[in-house]
Design a binder for this molecule. Structure first.
Ligand code: URA
Length: 235
């Protein structure tokens, strides 16, 4: 149960005072009956609330896919740089956080959500969620380097990186799938085979794949199917 005004604010109908006004004006109905009092309690899952005749559906959490461009930081606030949340224009970003982190110069798929439990599960080292990156390198990637990357390389941690999948696309381009998320991991893995990452883009994160229709800087809400797959841990 929650207060009608709080519900309407959560549904982005307006501020506390605006939604109070909407109710007073008789623009809000609960189960078909005009409700002028904004402080009544409603059942957000069962009661049918409509604003100006349009039914609202309550979503506990919000989920967005952002095509992160280079030059913005994966943070909720920053004193110098634009953040990934700044890109979600028109969205109330109050409870939103990015699931994990991409470097400032990395592009690609970033999940941004208010579902803290999902973030926790996706980032848990025990869950081994796959992340696929498109990588452009300074030097040619040889077959032996691919094998090393796949087997595990020394990036200065206590143990080698976990087995990965590497697929060469051209002499200096590869797709690398890793199931960990160590700081600068892909860059450090390429350094470990005497190479350097010149460009990095995340193509997928667990079951979620970057939507080709999103240009860098664009975002969209996840579909119900995408949310279900992520929650069910589908690959
Ligand atoms: N690995 C990196 O080195 N950087 C990223 O942004 C993501 C993975």
């Amino acid at each position: 149960m929650m207060r009608l005004d709080k519900y309407l604010v959560a549904m982005q109908a307006g501020s506390r005072s605006e939604v109070k006004d909407l109710c007073k004006k008789g623009l809000v109905t609960v189960n078909g009956a005009v409700c002028k009092q904004s402080d009544i309690k409603i059942d957000e899952y069962k009661d049918e609330v409509a604003l100006r005749g349009v039914l609202l559906t309550y979503e506990k959490y919000r989920y967005y896919m952002l095509h992160k461009p280079a030059g913005v930081v994966t943070a909720t606030k920053d004193n110098h740089d634009k953040t990934v949340l700044d890109l979600l224009s028109g969205v109330n970003t109050k409870d939103l956080s990015p699931a994990g982190r991409l470097d400032k110069d990395t592009e690609g798929l970033l999940l941004i959500t208010s579902d803290g439990e999902l973030i926790h599960n996706l980032l848990s080292p025990k869950k081994h969620v796959d992340k696929t990156y498109y990588v452009k390198t300074r030097d040619m990637v040889k077959e032996e380097h691919l094998k090393q990357l796949e087997k595990g390389v020394d990036i200065g941690e206590d143990s080698l990186t976990l087995p990965a999948r590497a697929k060469l696309l051209s002499e200096k381009e590869l797709l690398l799938t890793i199931c960990e998320g160590k700081f600068h991991q892909v860059k450090r893995m390429l350094q470990a085979v005497d190479n350097e990452v010149l460009y990095l883009k995340r193509m997928s994160f667990g079951s979620l794949t970057l939507d080709e229709n999103l240009a860098p800087g664009e975002f969209r809400p996840l579909t119900d199917r995408e949310i279900d797959k992520l929650k069910n841990g589908e690959k």
